[in-house]
Structures are given as structure tokens and as C-alpha cells.
Design a protein around this ligand. Structure first.
Ligand SMILES: [Zn+2]
Length: 593
């Protein structure tokens, strides 16, 4: 299996001068949600490093994952899910039809058409349509919805098939997909085959200037090979005998640009193109200093976000994720927030429910569950749709019951009430009111974070206590970019052992008169039976999970059965040297209850 490749040269101009400025570590594909049985298999993580071409200015990932691995069976991004998204694409189709006088003989091809939400709007306008998408589940849904969609990646063969069966395309769209395509030569060769002489290629992508200014680093993930700005696009299309003739900006996906491209000289060039080029110079997005500063801010954000989450957990807060978008997985994996911190992700997309998030393996469950449990905080990972999410009836009820929302990006905010909330949806942005989407006059309560490096959270959360036995989840005492430090035991220990136990095998079945035992579960699960040595009829059964420490005082009979293969560190207050252990071990078999 070919996993992918390291990029040595710029994808657009072939320069070898790539300036690496950001390293987010090793991450699994953000859209590849996992089934329960996947959790028992290895999960591939890829380097997520970002560089900018010093020659043409294209910002791009330094490692390209084989697309077959990214857009396979479990690819889960369903684009029509939000009202904001639907409205955006509906208006896009309307605008294009009007602006370019499209009529019923014209063909629209959407590359990476997903479930067909954009094409549906073109279809309503009476146009002929065809969608191309690589993800089988998504293609199936689109065809069921009556949107003719072919499975595959765009290439010369499919381009020829389009021409043979449908004729040439007047409009070719690629919304949030252009930056996913590694083989740009194949794309351009395909356009030469199936884009009409008077045809228009319309790209919509998140804008790199906003990514920098709004600290949208969570939008960096393995699918997104490029973080686009106008300068590299202008020179790339010029080199391909095409021309960028207009650019517009929209507030979707944390601000996106819509780029209009045609064969050279076919359409009048708008002044907007120069405006955007000037803006990019003003914002200094092609300077190393700006890129380095961005990388420092990303690191600081991680630190602040972790500090908030750890402090909330320390106060006993129950935290879940609201919605499980791909970008949430960048944040979760980069910050290493696993199931201990985030109980589950409440999601409305039915194709994700029942699965687990990549990397951190947090269960994804129905959004209705938001109200079942006593949840204190809901992190809105799809922060670009925060307005819509917070206004839905379930969220409103959540707030009424005392729940709070956390918006992680661009600055960390905690929201416990919503006022002045009339503005929603797509706002068109111009150069003047550039990048103001996150301000406005809403009453967000901003969380202030004190600079404090350690969290002092060890050995809290007493889950269970009987016969003097304690089971507790071990929390970190310190976290930073190097990793995590946890205290297991702060008492005298004279023996430390590493013990593995195969599935269904039983250990223990004894008690000690002197030794106090501490067992920390590294992996796997135990079913533990406990009883006082003088009353073997009163048996307690508990489940012991990875990450938990059980403390067993003398005179308590303990019996461990591995529910699955388990590894633990066992610590005893008494030494096991010579016959020290056997002399203090008194065997009793407890019957399972
Ligand atoms: Zn370049």
C-alpha cells in the first residue's frame, strides 16, 4: 500500500524553496471516522507540516496522503447538513445563473460534488448537471437524492466521458475541493478536454489570509493540501493559459474566496483581483516573520485551550463536543484531548453517529443526548456554524438548563447566554470590513486565562470506595508540549511489577495482611471482585479500566478477571523479595456474582 509522499517541490510552480513554518505533529485523516472494531486495529498517523513556497507563495502541506486512503468507505463529510451551507450554495447557483446568463442547454459539472447540494440548486434553475465524487457512501446518497453523480477522481478519462455523453461544460465548480487535489496537471488536462471555450471554472476555498488572521489552524488537516491565496493562483492559471478574472469573498467556512477562472482573455478582468493582491501584500502573508508569528500563536492557543479544559475538569465539569466536524479532529489530536476530557461528541449527521473520532476515539452520538446527561460545557468544534448551532432548540434548552458553550477559535470564548442574536447566515465581505466576522456586538463572556503551567489535578475523582478500596481515574499533574506527567502513588512502595493478563484469565483470589496494593491499568479491562476477608458473602463487583488506579488495603480479598487482554503496573507496600510475598498472601476464591 502506498501511503503517500513527502513534497519536495511546490505543487504549482515546482520551486524547491519551501519554507516550513508550522508542525502540528502526527495526525490521522480527519474525515476518517472509526467503527468500534476499527479501535482494535492500528491507525495510521501522518506528519502534518505546513510550508510556503518562497517563489510563488503557495502555502501547502509537506506530506501528501494517498487520496485512496482519505476518501474511502468511511469518508463522512456530508456538506448539506447545515442550513447556512444550504443557503450559501443555493445563492451561489442563483448568482452564477444570472451573471453568466446560463440556460437549459448549459451543462454544470461539480468536482467533489458531495451529496449534490450545489447541483440541486442548478437543477432547480433548469440546467443540466453532473457530479463527480470519490467517496462511495456520499455518491450513493447523492444518486438517491436524484443528483446524477459519478464516482471517481477527476481525470482525463472522466473528462472525455463527460464530453461524449453530455457535451462540454459551461460551468465547472470546485467548492472546498481544489485544495484537496494533488495532481494539478491532471486537473488542468481534464479542464482542457471538458471545459467549454467560453466556460468558467469557479473555485471556492477558505482564504489563507483569514486562516492567519483568525488563527483558524484547525482547518489545517491532511485532506487540505493547500491554503490558498490569490497570488499563487494568478500565476498558476497564467502558466496554464487561463486567467483569474474575478474574486469575491464570503463568510462561509471562516471566510472563503470564490475565484472565477476562464481561458485567457475571454472575460473582462475585475478590479477585485488587484484589490486582493494588494491586500495580501498589506497583510504580509508571504513574509517569514508573519508565518513564524502565526506558528507561535498556534502553540499559545493550544496551551490556553488545554489549560481551560483542564481547569474545568478539575472543577468537576462534564464536557462534550457539539458537532463532530473534521476540523475538530485537528484540535482534538493536536491538543491530545481524549475521552477522559471529552465524554462524547453530540452530532446530527446520521452517517457519523455510532462511530468514533479518529485519533482520540471519542464516541459520536445523537445530538439529542445533549439533554440526557448533566452536561456542563459543550465545545462547538464547528465554530464557523456556531450561530446556527447555538440557536437550535436543543441548544437553547441546554442553555436554559445551565449548560455553557465553548467556542475554541479564534479566541476562546465561553457563552452562557445569547443576546442581540439577530444576525445569522451568510454575510458578504468586502475588503473594507475584512475579517470582522468574529467581532460584532454579541454578548460573549470571554474566558480569561491565567498563565499557570501546572494543573495540580492528580489523584482526584474518587469513583468507587468500599471495604476501603478506592478506584480512581488518574489525571495529569502537568501537561506541556513535551507530554503528560501523572502521579500514580505518593506512598511508600517496596515492590513494583509489570503484569500482563490474557483475556478471560483470572488473577488474585487472595488477600494480604500487611501489604497495601496499588494496581494501575495501562491497557485493557478487568472485572474485579472484592470482599472483606471476614465476610465472603458480601461480594462487590466493579469494572476497572485503562487509566484507572485501584488501591486495595490489607484484609480485602481481590480477584481480577481480564475482560480483554490487560497490562497493569502493580505496586505493593511490602517487598516481594525472598518469601515476603507468599508469607503475606492468603488465598480465597470468590464466586462470581
Ligand atoms: Zn510555488
Amino acid at each position: 500500500m502506498n501511503f503517500g509522499k513527502k513534497l519536495d517541490r511546490c505543487r504549482m510552480c515546482n520551486s524547491s524553496e519551501l519554507y516550513e513554518f508550522l508542525d502540528l505533529g502526527f495526525l490521522p485523516p480527519a474525515d476518517k471516522i472509526l467503527t468500534k472494531s476499527d479501535l482494535y486495529n492500528p491507525e495510521i498517523h501522518f506528519p502534518l507540516k505546513v510550508a510556503q513556497c518562497s517563489f510563488c507563495g503557495l502555502t501547502q502541506l509537506l506530506y501528501v496522503v494517498n487520496p485512496e486512503l482519505l476518501y474511502g468507505e468511511t469518508y463522512s463529510y456530508e456538506s448539506s447538513i447545515t442550513e447556512t451551507g444550504k443557503k450559501h450554495f443555493f445563492e451561489m447557483a442563483e448568482n452564477l445563473c444570472k451573471r453568466f446568463n446560463l440556460n437549459s442547454s448549459d451543462l454544470v459539472v461539480d468536482i467533489g460534488s458531495n451529496v449534490g447540494i450545489l447541483l440541486e440548486s442548478f437543477k432547480k434553475n433548469g440546467l443540466r448537471i453532473i457530479g463527480i465524487d470519490a467517496a462511495p457512501r456520499i455518491v450513493e446518497i447523492a444518486n438517491q437524492l436524484g443528483i446524477e453523480t459519478w464516482r471517481g477522481f477527476i481525470n482525463k478519462e472522466i473528462a472525455q466521458k463527460i464530453v461524449n455523453e453530455k457535451g462540454k461544460a459551461k460551468i465547472v465548480t470546485a467548492t472546498n475541493v481544489f485544495a484537496h487535489i494533488d495532481n494539478k496537471k491532471e486537473l488542468m488536462d481534464s479542464l482542457r478536454i471538458f471545459l467549454d471555450d467560453k466556460g468558467i471554472f469557479v473555485i471556492e476555498v477558505p482564504y489563507f489570509v483569514d486562516l492567519i488572521e483568525q488563527l483558524e489552524y484547525d482547518t489545517i488537516y491532511l485532506d487540505h493540501l493547500e491554503y490558498l491565496s490569490i497570488k499563487p493562483l494568478v500565476s498558476f492559471f497564467k502558466n496554464n493559459n487561463m486567467e483569474v478574472f474575478d474574486v469575491e469573498k464570503y463568510s462561509i467556512h471562516g471566510n472563503s474566496i470564490r475565484v472565477f477562472v476562464s481561458w485567457k482573455g475571454n472575460y473582462k478582468k475585475s478590479r477585485n483581483v488587484e484589490n486582493f493582491l494588494e491586500l495580501e501584500e498589506e497583510k504580509r502573508i508571504y513574509e517569514k516573520e508573519t508565518l513564524d508569528k502565526f506558528a507561535r500563536m498556534v502553540k499559545q492557543h493550544k496551551k490556553d485551550f488545554l489549560e481551560l479544559i483542564h481547569n474545568l475538569k478539575k472543577q468537576g465539569g462534564k464536557i462534550i463536543g457539539i458537532s463532530a466536524p473534521a476540523k475538530g479532529n485537528t484540535l482534538l489530536n493536536y491538543c491530545k484531548l481524549h475521552e477522559y476530557f471529552i465524554d462524547y461528541m453530540a452530532e446530527k449527521s446520521s452517517i457519523k453517529i455510532g462511530y468514533f473520532t479518529p485519533g482520540m476515539h471519542i464516541p459520536i452520538i445523537d445530538e439529542e443526548k445533549l439533554l440526557d446527561d448533566k452536561i456542563d460545557y459543550g465545545i462547538i468544534f464547528a465554530w464557523n456554524f456556531a450561530d446556527e448551532i447555538m440557536r437550535n432548540p436543543i441548544s437553547q434548552e441546554f442553555l436554559k438548563r445551565g449548560g455553557k458553550f465553548i467556542i475554541p477559535i479564534p479566541e476562546i470564548k465561553i457563552i452562557d447566554r445569547i443576546e442581540n442574536f439577530e444576525k445569522i447566515g451568510v454575510t458578504k465581505f468586502s475588503k473594507k470590513n475584512f475579517a470582522q466576522i468574529s467581532s460584532g456586538n454579541r454578548n460573549y463572556a470571554k474566558f480569561s486565562i491565567e498563565n499557570n503551567n501546572s494543573f495540580n489535578m492528580s489523584l482526584e475523582n474518587n469513583i468507587m470506595e468500599s471495604f476501603g478500596v478506592k478506584i480512581e481515574k488518574i489525571n495529569p499533574v502537568h501537561i506541556d508540549e513535551r507530554g503528560i506527567i501523572s502521579d500514580l502513588v505518593n506512598e511508600p512502595i517496596n515492590n513494583v511489577g509489570l503484569i500482563t493478563t490474557e483475556k478471560d484469565c483470572v488473577r488474585g483470589c487472595h488477600y494480604h495482611k500487611k501489604s497495601k496494593q496499588y494496581s494501575y491499568i495501562l491497557s485493557g479491562k478487568f472485572e474485579v471482585l472484592l470482599a472483606s476477608y471476614d465476610n465472603l458473602n458480601n461480594i462487590k463487583k466493579v469494572l476497572l479500566n485503562a487509566g484507572e488506579l485501584i488501591t486495595i488495603p490489607p484484609f480485602v480479598v481481590h480477584q481480577f478477571k481480564a475482560v480483554e487482554r490487560a497490562v497493569m503496573i502493580n505496586m505493593e507496600s511490602q517487598s516481594r523479595a525472598e518469601s515476603g510475598y507468599e508469607d503475606d498472601t492468603f488465598r480465597v476464591k470468590l464466586e462470581n456474582i
